[in-house]
Design a protein around this ligand. Structure first.
Ligand SMILES: *Cc1c(COP(=O)(O)O)cnc(C)c1O
Length: 344
């Protein structure tokens, strides 16, 4: 039994999802003639109360397109130092948009309204880049699945309005926050100018993200997607998987969150674990005082796979394909570590 806790992207489509894929009605989406893509876009726009939506192959491309829609070359965006758009999108902010990032020292990937306001360059001071966009992430990836307090986001929204800045949400993991905090997606549609959501992480679709936004930003989105190479043809097969995921896999995220909390509770009792970061959703970040490479190797020998984030920090992510059977086995393995040989 392979237990893969590297990421929630490792899931494979279920039989029911495969059926939704094969039965999807398709057309050429570059001509906007794919009925399943159109249905998915309409559904998500409605769900968030946004004017428009556009299907993208990846979350990175949806974020990069959003950044392009909000900025001009030479300008600057504000984000937390952990931001996915800064750390894990291959330098796309500068490559695609010619924009620099002002990074804030937030808490677990989350920033405050006053931090944002202090980071805005005065627009009449022509020596510094013009600040034009704020990018937030919810839940935070590198921050360990932390959820924003919506009250703080509203304050950030007011700062952006006052200073005429765009506000984008990297919501690749937003489903987890919505479920964990029992929030209404429409609230997010009211606050943000653009939002990207992912269908292939916790929701288990093979691919796809959707960019949602106010009409004035989304008018140019299809052109930007084309420039980035993201115009797709009969992609309704994948939109069908996404629709199925949105209709069937959101509420079950609570199960991933519950398993993550159970793992965290056990980790806290183990001698070789020095710290467990707060667990709000499906990501567990913890520190060990033993040789982390040896620990990973021992786990691998027991067919349990996960990553080190460096400096003694390790990360686990629960997901759809992490079953209760695997969960029991993993908990037992941790409990007995380092006397793991008995379990082999
Ligand atoms: C995974 C992720 C993305 C981008 O995802 P890809 O589809 O792999 O490009 C963006 N933001 C966050 C916070 C993520 O976790």
């Amino acid at each position: 039994m392979r237990i893969d806790l590297r990421s929630d992207t490792v899931t494979k489509p279920t039989a029911a999802m495969m059926e939704a894929i094969t039965k999807a009605e398709v057309g050429d989406d570059v001509y906007k003639e794919d009925p399943t893509v159109n249905k998915l876009e309409e559904k998500l726009a409605g769900m968030f109360g946004m004017d428009a939506a556009l299907f993208f192959p990846t979350g990175s491309m949806a974020n990069q397109a959003a950044i392009k829609l909000h900025t001009q070359p030479g300008e600057q965006l504000i984000a937390d130092k952990y931001a996915h758009v800064y750390n894990y999108e291959g330098g796309g902010v500068s490559f695609n948009s010619g924009v620099s990032c002002k990074l804030l020292d937030g808490n677990r990937g989350m920033v405050t309204a006053s931090q944002v306001e202090e980071a805005i360059n005065p627009p009449d001071f022509y020596h510094s880049p013009l600040t034009s966009l704020v990018c937030l992430e919810n839940t935070t990836n590198k921050g360990g699945g932390a959820c924003y307090d919506v009250e703080e986001i509203i304050k950030i929204h007011l700062v952006c309005k006052k200073h005429n800045l765009g506000l984008h949400l990297d919501g690749a993991r937003l489903w987890n926050a919505l479920v964990a905090k029992n929030e209404d997606p429409k609230q997010y549609g009211e606050i943000f100018d653009t939002i990207s959501v992912c269908l292939s992480k916790g929701l288990g679709s093979p691919m796809g993200s959707v960019l949602l936004g106010k009409q004035r930003f989304m008018d140019k989105a299809i052109r930007v997607r084309k420039v980035l190479g993201g115009g797709m043809r009969q992609i309704g097969f994948m939109a069908g998987a996404g629709l199925y995921a949105v209709e069937n896999h959101i509420s079950r995220l609570t199960e991933d969150h519950k398993k993550a909390k159970e793992i965290g509770a056990l980790l806290k009792t183990l001698d070789f674990v020095t710290k467990v970061e707060p667990i709000e959703t499906n990501i567990i970040i913890f520190n060990v005082n033993i040789d982390e490479q040896l620990f990973l190797k021992d786990m691998e020998e027991n067919n349990v796979h996960f990553y080190s984030m460096g400096q003694g920090k390790l990360r686990l992510v629960t997901h759809y394909d992490y079953t209760y059977e695997m969960h029991e086995r993993f908990l037992q393995l941790l409990q007995n570590y380092p006397v793991h040989s008995v379990l082999k």
